[in-house]
Unconditional design. Sequence first.
Length: 234
Amino acid sequence: MTTTTPAPNDAARASRSSRTGEGSRGAEQIAPPPKLQRRPVLVVASVATVCLGALVSVWAFQSTSDAQEVLAVRETVVRGQVITKDDLMSVRISVDPALHPVATSQSATVVGKRAALDLVAGGVVTAEQVTDTPVPADGQSVVGLNLTSAMLPAQQIRVGDKVRIVSTSGQTPGVETDVVTPTTVNAEVVGIASDDTSGNTILNVQVPHDDAPAVADRAAAGRVAVVLDSSVEN
């Protein structure tokens, strides 16, 4: 008896051939990876950013290298006031040498002396702002004046101003009296404060020693006014 091996099924062969063809076509249809495009503008911007960062670093290093320890004002010190250690603080900043700043190591040359000008809080202390001259100066006296707004120019008086203390008549309004030329005393403003109770201005003025009693007497009676003249010499 002869055994015959059956031939492969034509349908099976066609199916395998069909799957193989589909796989080949699928492989051919896969899109290739996109090509990266270089953008020159972004490259230039990146290089510029790096260069800018380097320049900033160099500038910061130089600023730190040029900085020095100098004295600064912690609390405002008015002209003529004695400078104490608590009024000062040490700061590290870059300062123009033309300003003659006082180094922190030289604080002993400042403490105990007087402010030649008003020292504003936060400002750097310079050699020109410190003086040995006491207030009052030799042959001078300081008198305090409690002045209403009618007795002095509004918001015009500053420490260091040269003024005249005028003796007012103190006459009663509506009552005529003999016209008398008021007496005046030359003075210098050495301090200004405000009376929180009355709202008046407290003015400390430096006057000649011999005129101080008369000015103090008239000030106590409320019979003084302050005149500010031009600081321009004719």
